[in-house]
Design a protein. Structure first.
Length: 559
């Protein structure tokens, strides 16, 4: 396995004129699938720019120091990340100046990793300086503008050990405070090798997922460059403004691979009008990996149905499972398998047992298979309490082992021991699941199970029930203590029409949603709150942050 630096340098020497990274520019405040410009870096240009920035890093930072990447979502981010690896400096991928609303998180991350320098572009330098000033004393004083570095000849190769940290991947904070996962050079090389083995010959990828997120970093930067492929990017904001841009780019560049969280599928189905779908060509797409949050069968089926007339093959849809602590990839379906889903007995699942249901009645729960373990990865199902391996047919905590699994969190020994201390290199993911027909199924999070009258209820199951029964809604379910017992609370995002319908209509809709939950899950809703779209706290990949939802509810922020 070669390192990412070795792979890029080899490609630059062998075919420096080959396209490496292309960024698509779109109007800032305007919809429409048409782009206004595209910026491309060849492998030769990328290598030269990375060496120039790396030379500046070597002049200003000690070997092994941390450098925060706060570039916009464009080629400057790719250059900055690579430059850290070239220089033997530990990269800390963070959000760019277009997402500096999360300044409290920025301050906590900077205080945790204590970087010696910050990398950004000249155009973003002023915004980044303001953000650093607001971050307080933890912010580094050295700011390097990547496009102002031009002395590539001064770069000196670095022989970093394979087990030295290459970068710190800060978790999304969906279940706990963000922590920096120590990703080593060996971890990154192993993941790239696994992805190349999974999809040999992948030549072109289109992605909109943020670079500071593990999915955007590994799928959008590290793997395509390791494989010598061409990566085409548009910013997350460009995608949110008009998801047709992502789909159009897949056709324009004949991309064979792309990635998205479930949110991306539902956004496309809702926002891309039927008359615009006829202009799209998705026939080149051989794999669309869907991960980053729970994958619902309805969301995948709706996307497949909406864009079947665009040449999209159902076999390309690939629900997968991964996490930052495993350098992203853990399981995925074989290339061309497509969606696999089964109905399971909901009552049995509540008791931790796996029973395949014979029909699709209200007593069943449809779950999506997330494929099989990647090459070199081992997955076991264990008791969440003592970590003992469970026999087949039981729900338990997912444990992962392999060369892609990190060795811990940055300077967080207690948290490292809790997650990585299961013994023999096994990572405790905190996710609940099981194997059926050699495929992994995800049930929920161990720490988020709602226990009412001795029965387990998984929030994602309740949320999916609501979203399936009531269109144009997104739900968050969690438990609170009330009257000496655990009670169910549901917060539902609604469109403006429902919220503006009047108090009586809103109350009627809330009662209808509550009846749906009770009828399917046999549990009463203690409180149900209706909020406008976009109100639920989310991670960078679109996952609902149920812990923060509970905090908002308790503080009255949803009122």
């Amino acid at each position: 396995m070669e390192t990412l630096v070795q792979a890029v340098r080899r490609r630059a020497e062998a075919d420096g004129a080959a396209a490496a990274v292309t960024h698509l520019h779109y109007p800032v405040r305007q919809g429409g699938g048409r782009r206004v410009a595209a910026t491309t870096l060849t492998y030769g240009e990328l290598d030269e720019r990375a060496r120039a920035v790396a030379a500046e890093l070597q002049r200003t930072c000690a070997p092994g120091a941390r450098a925060a990447v706060l570039c916009p979502h464009d080629p400057s981010y790719v250059v900055a990340f690579l430059a850290c690896l070239y220089a033997g400096v530990v990269a800390v991928p963070l959000h760019g100046p277009d997402a500096l609303h999360g300044r409290s998180r920025l301050a906590s991350v900077l205080a945790d990793c204590r970087p010696e320098a910050v990398l950004t572009s000249s155009a973003s330098a002023a915004a980044v300086r303001r953000a650093l000033a607001a971050a307080g004393p933890a912010a580094p004083r050295t700011l390097i503008e990547t496009d102002a570095c031009d002395d590539a000849a001064s770069w000196r190769p670095v022989e970093a050990g394979p087990d030295a940290p290459a970068y710190l991947q800060y978790t999304s904070g969906s279940t706990a405070a963000p922590a920096g996962v120590r990703i080593t050079g060996r971890n990154l090389a192993a993941t790239s090798a696994q992805l190349s083995a999974h999809f040999p010959g992948a030549a072109t990828l289109v992605s909109w997922v943020p670079f500071f997120h593990d999915m955007g970093l590994v799928f959008g930067i590290a793997h395509p460059l390791s494989a010598g492929a061409h990566a085409i990017h548009l910013s997350p904001m460009s995608f949110v403004q008009d998801p047709r841009r992502w789909l159009s780019a897949i056709g324009d560049y004949r991309a064979d691979w792309s990635v998205t969280p479930r949110f991306g599928l539902t956004h496309c189905v809702r926002a891309v009008r039927e008359e615009h779908r006829g202009t799209l060509d998705l026939s080149s797409l051989r794999s669309l990996n869907i991960a980053g949050e729970a994958v619902h069968a309805d969301a995948v089926a709706a996307f497949a149905d909406a864009f079947s007339g665009c040449g999209l093959s159902p076999s390309a849809l690939a629900p997968s499972y991964g996490l930052a602590e495993a350098t992203l990839a853990v399981t995925a379906p074989p290339l061309g398998e497509g969606l696999v889903a089964h109905d399971f007995d909901r009552s049995a699942l509540a008791e931790g047992k796996v029973v395949v249901a014979g029909d699709s009645s209200a007593a069943t729960q449809r779950l999506v298979a997330c494929g099989r373990p990647k090459a070199g990865v081992s997955v076991r199902i264990a008791d969440p309490g003592d970590g003992a391996v469970l026999p087949p047919g039981l729900v338990g905590e997912i444990l992962v082992s392999g060369p892609n699994v990190a060795d811990g969190y940055w300077e967080a020994p207690e948290r490292t021991a809790a997650a990585f201390g299961a013994g023999d290199g096994w990572l405790r993911t905190g996710d609940l699941g099981f194997f059926h027909d050699e495929r992994l199924y995800i049930v929920g999070r161990a720490g988020e199970v709602i226990i009412i009258r001795g029965r387990n209820h998984h929030p994602s199951d309740i949320e999916e029930t609501i979203e399936r029964a009531h269109v144009r809604t997104t739900a968050a379910a969690f438990a609170v203590e009330a009257d000496g017992a655990e009670r169910l609370v549901v917060v539902v995002e609604c469109d403006q029409a429902r919220l503006a319908a009047g108090e009586a209509a809103r109350l009627g809709f809330a009662r209808e949603v509550a009846r749906t939950v009770t009828g399917v899950h046999g549990v009463s809703v203690h409180d149900l709150v209706l909020v406008r779209q976009g109100s639920l706290p989310r991670t960078s990949s679109g996952k609902i942050q149920r812990g923060r939802c509970k905090e908002h509810y308790r503080s009255g922020a949803f009122a």
